[in-house]
Write a protein of this length. Structure first.
Length: 461
């Protein structure tokens, strides 16, 4: 039994913890898999669930807004004309649950074990959206008002690249006008290390197809006179990096800033053990740029990765052919000051330059997501730090994220808004993997943090 809290709002959220868990279970039960067309009606049901929860929280506006694809759940409380306005962003769509055999409990039947709730979407991002709705509800029930104006946007396509989100932002620019965006779709550094993310990497990609003969051909008849596309592709991919793990493409690192001595020292002070991390990942050792610490490589350096490659015969036994084509999918994670268009251009040019004779190379470019960085000195970030310290009892550290949240870059580019990234997931939450979970201590601490956050933002803005 928790002792009474002097803040009636915190006392309220603590008294309703079981109800929040039941609500999260009910939302997880809606399999809102945006990638799979047969779940389109479930994604809509999920948006409707979010809108109903917004109304229950006391938001005076709450509706499903259409996009060119899956819908957005929108809500607002605008009861303080002239006061600052924040926009809370999250997403209600989820990743596919495959492979189902690796789940300990069914992915859409949330179970609670060992102080954690397991289920697809538990932490990414339904649980973190629910933290905000619970916090809003606490303010409105106890005080009858919020300390500032709030708008909530819960998207339905984040897990498929937010395909229609930019056009939605452009269309709804007036409705979504605000002073700062709050995003809770990130993780802390560790369970006992509260953290605020101040940078996200950008993302671009390529699909590279190497064409050889006009059909698969006999490797006995034509081996030795026709260039094998798989071999040519392998040569190209090997050529993209040097022996020290750096990207070998001229111009790839244009714009990349070196970290300050202070930032390097802050990163070095974090409790990160490279050997332990390698063991946890099941690899002999961590890889990458040999002259950079692992956390710098993960957060503050650009990468170029092969996401998949295929071609030729894949079935049982042997089929002695030279395949007619080979294909690879590549992506680059970008850091602040890198230009996505420039990176796409120099990588494509380099691939064509190093392609061996005897094959034809076709390159399809995609993606245009810039890295996003918010100064830790921004008043909204400082307000979030105070809220997290109140919610978790410990001042947060400032970290980067190697991942990409496309809508964050969209808010930055289209609405020109500062953003506060204040998620509370844990690194081992298995997002996008079997047995996704949300630690209940993080969930409940997150609700209290968001309750404080609105006070702190109102004072700071």
């Amino acid at each position: 039994m928790l002792a009474p809290h002097p803040d009636a709002r915190i006392e309220l959220v603590r008294a309703n913890r079981e109800r929040y868990l039941e609500e999260l279970k009910a939302w997880i039960a809606v399999p809102s898999i945006s990638a799979q067309p047969d779940h389109a009606s479930d994604v809509r049901r999920s948006a409707e669930f979010a809108v109903a929860r917004m109304r229950a929280a006391g938001l005076t506006e709450a509706e499903v807004l259409e996009t060119g694809g899956h819908p957005v759940a929108y809500g607002a409380w605008l009861g303080l004309p002239g006061a600052p306005t924040i926009l809370i962003y999250g997403h209600h769509d989820v990743q596919p649950a495959d492979p189902l055999a690796l789940w300990t409990s069914p992915p859409f039947e949330a179970g609670i074990r060992d102080g954690k709730i397991f289920g697809r979407g538990a932490v990414d991002d339904k649980g973190q959206c629910l933290m905000h709705l619970a916090a809003i509800e606490a303010h409105l029930r106890v005080a009858g008002r919020l300390p500032l104006n709030v708008k909530v946007v819960i998207e339905g396509e984040e897990e498929v690249g937010s395909v229609h989100f930019e056009s939605f932002l452009a269309r709804e620019k007036a409705r979504l006008a605000c002073d700062v965006v709050v995003v809770s779709d990130t993780a802390v550094f560790a369970e006992d290390v509260p953290s605020l993310t101040t940078s996200l990497r950008g993302l671009v990609g390529w699909e590279v197809t190497v064409h050889g003969a006009n059909s698969d051909i006999h490797s006995g008849y034509f081996g030795g006179i026709v260039k094998n596309p798989l071999e040519a592709l392998a040569q190209i991919l090997v050529g993209l990096k040097d022996s020290r793990g750096s990207v070998a493409v001229p111009g790839f690192y244009d714009g990349v800033r070196e970290l300050s001595a202070q930032r390097r020292a802050e990163i070095a002070a974090l409790p990160f053990d490279e050997a332990r991390e390698a063991r946890a990942l099941g690899v002999p050792a961590l890889a990458g740029e040999a002259d950079r610490p692992a956390l710098e490589r993960m957060w503050m350096r650009p990468t170029l990765e092969i996401n998949g490659m295929y071609g030729g015969y894949q079935g049982a036994g042997s089929k002695t052919i030279i395949p007619s084509f080979a294909r690879a999918k590549l992506t680059a994670r970008l850091v602040p000051n890198q230009d996505p268009t420039h990176v796409k251009r120099v990588v494509s040019a380099f691939i064509r330059q190093i392609a061996p004779a005897g094959v034809r190379v076709e390159i399809e470019e995609h993606g245009d997501v810039r890295a996003v960085e918010t100064s830790r000195e921004h008043p909204a970030v400082m307000a979030a730090a105070r809220a997290m310290e109140r919610g978790f009892g410990k001042a947060p550290v400032f970290i980067g994220s190697g991942g990409t949240i496309g809508p964050v870059a969209s808010f930055d580019r289209i609405l020109h808004l500062p953003q506060v990234l204040i998620g509370v997931g844990l690194p081992d939450d298995a997002i996008h993997a079997p047995n996704e979970k949300f630690d209940l201590g993080q969930f409940f601490g997150g609700i209290e943090t968001m309750t404080y956050l609105y006070d702190e933002l109102a004072a700071a803005l």
